[in-house]
Structures are given as structure tokens and as C-alpha cells.
Design a protein around this ligand. Structure first.
Ligand code: ADP
Ligand code: MG
Length: 620
């Protein structure tokens, strides 16, 4: 029988590869820009016509090529960037597959002019549908100019699949923007149908951000800079009030390579918790640097996907870096000036006040409240410092010892001492006058320098317990109180299997549980924050809440559990608090990473400024 298999010719093979590498004009632009960057260009111009359909031209001042290389560059698997398979483990350039030029030349008419700076004369190559039409010397500037005409002229299927000109242009603009964003030191020019869309001079990162997005957005950005042993992340995140209704303003880079990564996207989103309205997405532009050994960029021909050696570690790093950056800024809603008086609290429009001059989180956290010595003045000054108000020095008072604990490691917030339910606040008379009150057994009012803070006691405690639970998961230092009389709890079959599954996590929270069979568990110890006597109820509540969360959101199990626990173990509206309990609560709250929203997204603190009160009473 005759054999049936034959090897495809280079032109067919290149066309097939082009299907993956060059899906649309924007992907050709991306590949060509990457080549210019890899060639060490300091200035890159991008010129397109009809959204890249008739012309894409990239001109750079990079290292250029010899005449032989200029021809070889169009061969499939022709690259100067890697030599061996081992090199794939350690890719430092943006390109490495050696197929972009071959693919583009298979589906377009390409003219390449290039010259190395020391060479007297440059080289020209003209190639159409993988066929070399012309080659020879050329008079040209040092660097490389490549013109791609009539993309997909010989693949009508592809051409017909292109979206509207507007959409294709937007895709190209997006590619150029991303590159300009993460390479601020390079000059960029971008021209579409003779209209100059971008003309960016080399700048520092801040300057480039401002040039790209305008001063207004730039001022709404929070800078992020975070190191760990293996990772370095830098960039910008948007203040929550600058969130958008779509994800288009989310820029993620790994070693300055634009990537799409759902997990890290989720990590950023998660860090905002519910600072964002439903359906809105934060602005971010973040570049993550890590050893190329630890990330595989050879996942897909488009190079937009990466695989991490340890994705969950990277996830946690991004989550905590973004959370920290957000927490270091005052995102506290304050009652808006134009709210109708009777609507205070209901109609309070969230207004984000500028960041504090200097907030040292570690310093604040290091002094997380100690119930033994709660001096209202000290506590309230910590709060003021945390939210960026200078501590006021009143007559006859010692200055707050600001450097007292600065060298201490941040400690997880201590436990709020809770009295058995029903005990009255009168038991703890506080000498003198404290600028702190409980209202309706629900809210804590406290005077600070700039006005009045109103704190929702339940969500405040929820935030404290949540961060403590998360810290326990990470550090493995739960505080358990052993029960004198272990409690037997009968659960439903589903709850029983859920509890069994969650036991390792519950233990980290401080529960000491033993499955006893027949849908029964024995509670031998409970977290230090849980009131003795309510343990069975709290366990049941936590399981319920866990299951609710599981359906509505995709959270990882530990985070879910931390939230459920915090919600159920926290003091409730209606619980009476005495002054020192309130002070401890406030102190611990402002030692958390994010004192302004609870893990479910409700606001914790509202501020009314003196100016606002003055305005309402016509004192302005
Ligand atoms: P890759 O970038 O994966 O190596 P390409 O097909 O994109 O593959 O390019 C092939 C080779 O052509 C590159 O390895 C590089 O040596 C050379 N080259 C392409 N574009 C340029 C450029 N703008 N300046 C200098 N050399 C270039
Ligand atoms: Mg390339």
C-alpha cells in the first residue's frame, strides 16, 4: 500500500503557525514591539493604517541585524535568543520561539530594513507569503524598520474574521499602552492613519503613568512596592472610588511581559474585598519580578500565559501586598458635605480623603491594644496617627511616646476581653471623662482631633477576628481555651462531614474538635475569643455560614472559614460594652490591616469632621 504521510512545506507550516501567533493585527504589533525591545531599542515608533489591516510599521533604534540575519530571521525557529532546551528554563527576553517573523511573513507582504550602528550600509529584505521577493543593501538609519502590509491578504478566512476597525484599533492601542506602561524609560510614538495617538518621552514610572492616564487618574493611584525573598512587585493600584465597570484597566506583567492570569487577577480583586461596588473592577498596573526559573513562559505561542512553579505562594504575595498598600491609606468614608442632614449614615456618600502623611503600620500594629492599660488618650492618638492626623499635644500632657514600640515585631491583635453576656457596663466605672461613648449598644462614638468617629462595634470586632484568624492560619499559633466540660454536639450528616473535612482548619482557629461518629463531634477546646457556653451555637453557625459563602463566592477554604468564624464569634449589636472594652476594640481595630471595611464589605467607620458639623449648624 502506498504511504500517505508527507512533510508540509515551509509556507504551509508557517501559515499554520501564523494562525496561533498572529491572530489579529494587534498580535503582530505585540510581536514586533517585543523584537524591538529585545534589540535594546530606546525609541520605538508604531505606525498603523486602517487599524493595521493595510499597514503596520515599527521603527526602532535597536541593535539591528546583519544582511544574513535579516534573511534568516524569517525562517521558522530562527532566533538569536535561545540556543538549547536548557535556555527555555531561563528566558530573559520577550521573544524566544523564533516564529513571529516567519509567521507574519507567511500571511502578509513584509519589508524589512535594518542596519547595525557600526555598519556602513544596511540590508533590505522583501518577502510575500513566505517567498523572498527582494534582498540587497539599503540606505537606512541604525536600527530596524519593518513594514507589514495587507495582513492576511492570502488567508481570506482570517481577514474576514477581523472585528470592526474600531475594535482592532483598540486592541492595538491596548498593546502599545501596555508596553509603554512597563517600559517608561523608552520613548514611544504611535500613529494611526496619520493621527498621532501617543508621543511619549522617556520618563520615570510616575511620569509615564501620568502621561498615559492623565493627572486626575494618576492622583487616584496608590503606589505598590513589595519584596519577598523570591518576588518583587511594583506598580499602582486605583483607589476604590476609581473602579471601573469593566476590566479593561487592569495591567499585569510578569518580568515586564504582559500576561493574562486569572489567579493573580483574583488575588488583586480579593485584596479590595468589598471596597468595591458589585460589578466594578479596580484599576491596577502591576509588574511582578521573579527568577525566570520559577516561571514558565512557554505555555502558548502568544506568550500571554505563564505557569508559576508555586502559584499559591505568588497568589498570597500579591494578595497581601495589595491589601497592605490599601490598608496604609485612609479609605474611610466621611459624611459627605452635600448629604441631607436627616440622611446621615444612610445617604453618606463615600468620599475618600487623601492619604496620611506618614503611617507606619508596623508601628501601629506593634502596640495592638493591651486591655490592662487602656488610656483613652493614648488609644485615640494611635487612631489619629493611623488615619493620618498629627497627634495634638494638649497642655500639661506628655507627648505620646511614638518610638516606644517601633522596633517590635507586629503582633497579631490581642483578644478582646469579653464579659459574660448580660453583665452591665456599670461594673467598670471609668475615672474622669473619656471621649468615647456607646450608642444604642451598637455604635461607638469617639472624638478625634478632626471631628467624630462612628464605629459599628460588630463589624469592627469581625474585622479584628478575621485578621487574627488569617494570621493563625499562616503562623499556626492558635490560642485555645480548653473546656472543663467537653461538649458533645449532634450535627446533621452533611454538617458532620463538612466539620470533619474542616477540622485541620478549625484547629488552627483554636477549636479542639474530635469526631465521635454518628454525626457527633466533641468540642474539647474553643478559640479564646469564643464565649464559653456558646461554643456549640458558634460551631453550627460557622458551618452554616461557611456553606452559604461557598455557594455565593469562590473563596479559598481558609479565607471562607476565617470570615465565617469572625462573623459568628464577634460581639453583636446589642452587646453592651464598657469604656475599656470600647477602647480595646478601637485600638485593635486600628491595628488591623484594613480598619475601614469588614470582611463582608460593610463599612466599619464613618467620620464626621468638625467642618461638616460647622456647616450644618451654619457656622461657616
Ligand atoms: P524571536 O523573537 O522569538 O527570536 P522572531 O521571529 O520574532 O523570533 O525574530 C527572529 C529574530 O530576528 C530574533 O531572534 C532577532 O535576532 C531578530 N530580530 C527580529 N526583530 C528584530 C529587531 N527589531 N531588531 C533586531 N533584531 C531583530
Ligand atoms: Mg520575536
Amino acid at each position: 500500500m502506498a504511504n500517505k504521510i508527507h512533510i508540509l512545506g515551509a509556507d504551509v507550516a508557517n501559515k499554520i503557525a501564523a494562525g496561533e501567533v498572529v491572530q489579529r493585527p494587534a498580535s503582530a504589533v505585540k510581536e514586533l514591539i517585543e523584537n524591538s525591545l529585545d534589540a535594546g531599542a530606546r525609541h520605538i515608533a508604531i505606525i498603523v493604517r486602517e487599524a493595521g489591516k493595510t499597514l503596520i510599521q515599527i521603527v526602532d533604534d535597536g541593535e539591528g541585524m546583519t544582511a544574513e540575519d535579516a534573511l534568516a530571521a524569517f525562517q521558522r525557529h530562527a532566533t538569536s535568543k535561545i540556543l538549547s532546551a536548557e535556555d527555555l528554563e531561563e528566558i530573559k527576553t520577550l521573544g524566544f520561539r523564533g516564529e513571529a517573523l516567519a509567521s507574519i511573513a507567511a500571511v502578509a507582504q513584509v519589508e524589512l530594513k535594518t542596519r547595525q550602528s557600526h555598519a556602513d550600509v544596511g540590508a533590505l529584505v522583501r518577502i510575500e507569503g513566505s517567498e523572498v521577493k527582494e534582498q540587497g543593501p539599503a540606505a537606512t538609519e541604525p536600527g530596524t524598520s519593518i513594514a507589514v502590509k495587507n495582513l492576511f491578504y492570502n488567508t481570506p478566512g482570517r481577514r474576514n474574521f477581523l472585528k470592526t476597525r474600531q475594535t482592532e484599533l483598540k486592541n492595538i492601542t491596548d498593546v502599545v499602552t501596555r508596553a509603554a506602561l512597563v517600559f517608561p524609560g523608552i520613548g514611544w510614538q504611535y500613529v494611526s492613519d496619520d493621527e498621532q495617538l501617543l508621543d511619549l518621552k522617556p520618563k520615570d514610572p510616575d511620569g509615564r503613568m501620568a502621561d498615559l492616564f492623565g493627572d486626575r487618574l494618576f492622583r487616584a493611584l496608590i503606589k505598590v512596592e513589595e519584596h519577598s525573598e523570591f518576588l518583587h512587585m511594583s506598580g499602582y493600584i486605583g483607589r476604590p472610588d476609581f473602579a471601573r465597570k469593566s476590566r479593561t484597566e487592569q495591567f499585569l506583567f510578569i518580568n515586564r511581559r504582559p500576561v493574562v492570569n486569572r489567579a493573580l487577577n483574583h488575588a488583586v480583586f480579593q485584596a479590595y474585598e468589598h471596597l468595591l461596588e458589585k460589578g466594578s473592577f479596580p484599576f491596577y498596573a502591576l509588574n511582578l519580578e521573579l527568577d525566570p526559573h520559577r516561571v514558565d513562559v512557554n505555555v502558548h505561542p502568544s506568550k500571554l500565559e505563564v505557569k508559576f512553579e508555586n502559584e499559591s505562594a505568588v497568589y498570597r504575595f500579591v494578595l497581601s501586598a495589595v491589601r497592605k498598600a490599601l490598608g496604609a491609606h485612609d479609605l474611610m468614608p466621611s459624611i459627605s458635605m452635600n448629604a441631607v442632614p436627616s440622611d446621615i449614615g444612610l445617604d453618606a456618600r463615600l468620599r475618600f480623603i487623601p492619604p496620611p502623611a506618614q503611617t507606619d503600620l508596623a508601628d501601629v500594629a506593634g502596640r495592638a491594644g493591651d486591655s490592662a492599660d487602656v488610656d483613652p488618650d493614648i488609644v485615640l492618638r494611635r487612631v489619629e496617627r493611623r488615619i493620618g492626623e498629627e497627634a495634638v499635644q494638649r497642655d500639661g500632657e506628655a507627648t505620646f511616646p511614638s518610638d516606644l514600640h517601633q522596633t517590635q515585631r507586629p503582633a497579631p491583635a490581642r483578644i478582646l476581653p469579653l464579659r459574660p453576656m448580660g453583665a452591665g457596663a456599670e461594673q467598670h466605672p471609668v475615672s474622669g471623662q473619656s471621649p468615647i461613648w456607646q450608642v444604642q449598644n451598637k455604635y461607638i462614638l469617639s472624638q478625634i482631633r478632626s471631628g467624630l468617629l462612628i464605629i459599628d462595634q460588630h463589624v469592627a470586632h469581625e474585622r479584628i477576628l478575621y485578621e487574627k484568624a488569617v494570621a493563625n492560619f499562616e503562623n499556626n499559633l492558635p490560642s485555645t481555651q480548653q473546656l472543663l466540660f467537653p461538649q458533645t454536639v449532634q450535627l446533621s450528616a452533611t454538617d458532620y462531614s463538612l466539620a470533619k473535612e474542616l477540622i485541620p482548619h478549625l484547629e488552627k482557629l483554636g477549636f479542639d474538635l474530635k469526631p465521635f461518629g454518628k454525626n457527633t463531634v466533641i468540642i474539647e477546646g474553643i478559640p479564646a475569643d469564643v464565649r464559653v457556653g456558646s461554643e456549640a451555637l458558634i460551631l453550627q453557625d460557622v458551618l452554616d455560614e461557611y456553606r452559604n459563602n461557598e455557594h455565593t463566592q469562590t473563596m479559598d477554604a481558609r479565607d471562607n472559614l476565617a470570615k465565617s468564624f469572625a462573623c459568628k464569634a464577634a460581639i453583636k449589636a446589642g452587646d453592651r460594652l464598657n469604656t475599656s472594652e470600647m477602647l480595646v476594640l478601637i485600638d485593635q481595630l486600628f491595628a488591623t490591616q484594613m480598619p475601614y471595611v469588614c470582611p463582608h464589605g460593610r463599612p466599619i467607620v464613618v467620620k464626621i469632621t468638625v467642618e461638616e458639623l460647622d456647616r450644618r449648624f451654619g457656622r461657616t
